[in-house]
Design a protein around this ligand. Structure first.
Ligand SMILES: CC(C)(COP(=O)(O)OP(=O)(O)OC[C@H]1O[C@@H](n2cnc3c(N)ncnc32)[C@H](O)[C@@H]1OP(=O)(O)O)[C@@H](O)C(=O)NCCC(=O)NCCS
Length: 368
């Protein structure tokens, strides 16, 4: 049988705390009007102290699994795309795998900044169509508020926290993932970066004093790059999939800046209502922005089964990419599952495994 990679479940989680532009004006020299007119952002969500990239990712994953009617134990692969991982290692994906009880899944993080979700969609879709796996979770998750310098008005106004997840599944009916374009230009690596904490510049008192553990961005250059690549990448993936722009019902772009999306619309000669935009509510949630926007597009009835849609994004790296998808919609035969129970048992299982490892260590120590 020919295999197709379908999106059969989707879910999002954003923190409850809303930070308005007005509140930001209390801490940096800016205005609500400046932020709205230059970016389109009105408010963003900020993670609580006990909310992390993994906890948001797990919440979104469980919602997507519930919708798809898939048990965590059926998942073969988990990819978490993030620029604000739980740790440098272990991967955030491994923590999610444990938290949701995906006992047979492989798990790894993918680093391609805001384009990461599209890279991950491409990776799992090819693994699914080749027969290597049947069911995957692709998650975009960020707690950027924890790595933003709240005294830097060039960056702190832009970003927000949140997570979105898709379940991708092998089905024999045509549709789902059709084509993609993935690109990188590392000569622009310094335009958007978190300079310290890696092997080039290990964390030290000095790097903290210099604020090198925060996001650094050259906004104007990133803006120019984004407007250059968005329209081109959209066209490339549509042509690669054998379609034309007339066949496309909706474009779900990375939600970075209203003006960047307007510029892409102009270049493609498309009206703005072909683009789904919700960055006014969440700001730029990096790699989480496309799955979050997709969840809200479904809620808003902007997506129907059979629709041809394009995801297109850009970000640090520099990276950019796009994917052409035939939207599958919910599968009618699916029976909802109660993922809350799975999370409960996953917690107990993880606790017992830790105790077992400790006993094993004690016993082997006694035996030596
Ligand atoms: C950041 C961004 C909104 C700035 O808008 P802009 O119109 O390009 O503004 P500029 O960078 O040209 O700065 C214009 C002036 O506004 C100032 N400014 C910057 N941030 C400001 C703020 N929050 N409030 C008020 N003034 C601000 C700048 O200091 C500059 O002042 P100067 O001319 O005296 O130096 C815009 O460049 C952008 O969106 N870039 C892309 C960023 C992005 O998407 N990053 C994520 C990629 S995934």
């Amino acid at each position: 049988m020919k295999r197709y990679s379908h999106i059969t479940g989707w879910g999002m989680v954003v923190p409850e705390r809303i930070l308005t532009n007005e509140e930001i004006t209390q801490t940096v020299d800016t205005t609500d009007e400046w932020i709205r007119t230059r970016t389109g952002v009105q408010e963003r969500r900020i993670a609580a102290e006990d909310e992390t990239t993994a906890s948001l990712a797990s919440g979104a994953a469980l919602k997507a699994l519930t919708m798809a009617g898939i048990k965590p134990s059926q998942v073969d692969m988990i990819i978490v795309s993030t620029s604000s991982p739980e740790h440098t290692f272990p991967s955030t994906a491994s923590i999610v795998q444990d938290e949701i009880g995906a006992i047979k899944a492989g798990a790894f993080d993918l680093s391609a900044a805001c384009t990461g979700f599209i890279y991950a969609l491409d990776m799992v879709s090819h693994a699914i169509t080749s027969g290597s796996i049947d069911i995957a979770l692709v998650i975009g998750a960020e707690t950027l508020s924890k790595i933003v310098n709240w005294k830097d008005r060039n960056t702190c106004i832009l970003f927000g926290d949140g997570a979105g997840a898709f379940v991708l599944q092998a089905l024999d009916k045509p549709g789902g993932f059709i084509s993609s374009v993935l690109r990188s230009d590392g000569s622009g690596a310094d335009l958007l970066t978190l300079p310290a904490g890696g092997s080039k510049l290990p964390a030290s008192e000095q790097t903290v004093r210099d604020g090198l553990h925060y996001i650094h961005m050259q906004g104007r250059e990133v803006f120019r790059f984004a407007t250059r690549v968005m329209a081109k990448a959209t066209l490339e993936t549509v042509e690669k999939g054998g379609l034309t722009l007339d066949d496309i019902s909706l474009i779900i772009p990375h939600q970075a800046n209203q003006r960047i999306i307007e510029s892409a619309a102009k270049k493609l000669k498309l009206p703005m209502d072909k683009f789904f935009v919700n960055l006014d509510k969440y700001g730029n949630t990096s790699t989480a922005s496309i799955p979050i926007a997709t969840c809200e597009a479904v809620e808003a009835d902007a997506l129907q089964p059979g629709d041809m849609i394009v995801f297109v994004g850009f970000g640090g790296g520099l990276t950019w990419g796009s994917a052409l998808i035939q939207w599958s919609g919910p599968q009618l035969e699916v029976k909802p599952i109660r993922t809350g129970w799975y999370q409960f048992w996953a917690g107990i299982r993880s606790f017992l495994l830790k105790i077992l490892r400790r006993i094993e260590g004690l016993l082997s120590g006694l035996g030596e």
